[in-house]
Write a protein that binds this ligand. Structure first.
Ligand code: ZN
Ligand code: ZN
Length: 306
């Protein structure tokens, strides 16, 4: 006992070591206390999934969050185990106390997403908007995760931003990751996108053949083939930003008609100077007219039943 006492006075790590010699089971599991949340007068202890303790005040937890019990409920000194790691809880709990809230600006995406999920789970209202805003800054990257998160927790602005980024992603990839209730609205949303290309092709098919392009009704054969090929290639572009670029810049690598048309004076060169602007406008107007994904989600919602 004397030896223990002398070690206790040297430093705190020796203290832990001494205890472990006397009570191995308890001491081996003695967890580290987070240095930001170690208040002496704490009345609740929370343990992270990686074993770090947070000593907190229930009055703060109950006042700021919707999910923690207030001081009126006695946890009888037991540790509350949460499923989030300490690096996530340390951020979440900073929103619980009356102090300057973290900006979250230097977080990597995965940590930010975990914080955002925890904030929703524990109803930490004061952190929700910051999380949503920071998550949307990662677009167009991580659009799939952002769409899933915003659909799950109901953030229309992020749903629409991420939905637009993903609008040209192949159906199967999307269906595999979307929550079930979003699948039908999503297929309708992508159907609306497909219609833009169908409309452009219908317009090109509706024109009459002529030796050269001379009015809205008449197109020469090479120009028709080029236009159809262009629209088909556009419809296969998988990102909305590349699609917009390709439409507006008439990207030559997409509008690839290597042979100039010798008999079409209006369209000499590699593109149909005459009809391309019309087709371009059909596509641009079509893109502008597509409602955001949340409109498709709303349309799916059934009428509330008794
Ligand atoms: Zn032509
Ligand atoms: Zn032409």
């Amino acid at each position: 006992m004397n030896q223990s006492s002398s070690l206790l006075h040297t430093d705190s790590s020796s203290c832990l070591q001494t205890v472990s010699l006397n009570m191995p089971d308890e001491a081996l599991s003695t967890p580290i206390v987070n240095d930001q949340f170690s208040a002496q007068d704490a009345d609740i202890t929370i343990q992270s999934s990686d074993g770090i303790l947070f000593k907190l005040h229930r009055s703060n937890l109950a006042g700021i969050t919707g999910a923690f019990p207030g001081p009126e409920i006695d946890t009888q000194g037991e540790i509350v185990h949460l499923t989030e790691p300490a690096k996530v809880l340390e951020i979440v709990f900073q929103y619980v106390y009356p102090r300057k809230h973290p900006s979250l600006k230097d977080l990597d995406f995965d940590t930010l997403l975990q914080v955002a999920e925890a904030v929703e789970k524990y109803d930490v209202f004061s952190a929700m908007n910051t999380c949503e805003w920071r998550l949307s800054e990662f677009l167009p990257d991580h659009a799939v995760e952002i769409l899933a998160h915003s659909v799950k927790h109901g953030y229309p602005e992020s749903i629409d931003k991420a939905g637009l980024v993903l609008s040209r992603t192949p159906h199967l990839e999307m269906v595999e990751m979307l929550p079930l209730h979003c699948v039908v609205p999503w297929l309708k949303y992508q159907g609306a996108w497909q219609k833009i290309f169908d409309n452009a092709i219908r317009h090109i098919d509706g024109m009459f053949y002529n030796y050269y392009c001379y009015d809205v009704q008449h197109v020469c054969s090479p120009c028709r083939v080029s236009l159809l090929g262009w629209v088909t290639k556009l419809s296969q572009i998988k990102t909305i930003s590349s699609l917009r670029d390709a439409i507006t810049t008439r990207n030559p690598s997409i509008y690839n008609n290597s042979v100039a048309h010798p008999w079409c004076s209006n369209c000499s060169g590699n593109i149909c100077q005459f009809h391309l602007p019309t087709v371009q406008k059909i596509l641009e107007d079509g893109i502008t007219s597509i409602p955001p994904f949340t409109e498709f989600l709303k349309a799916k919602e059934p009428a509330p039943s008794a």
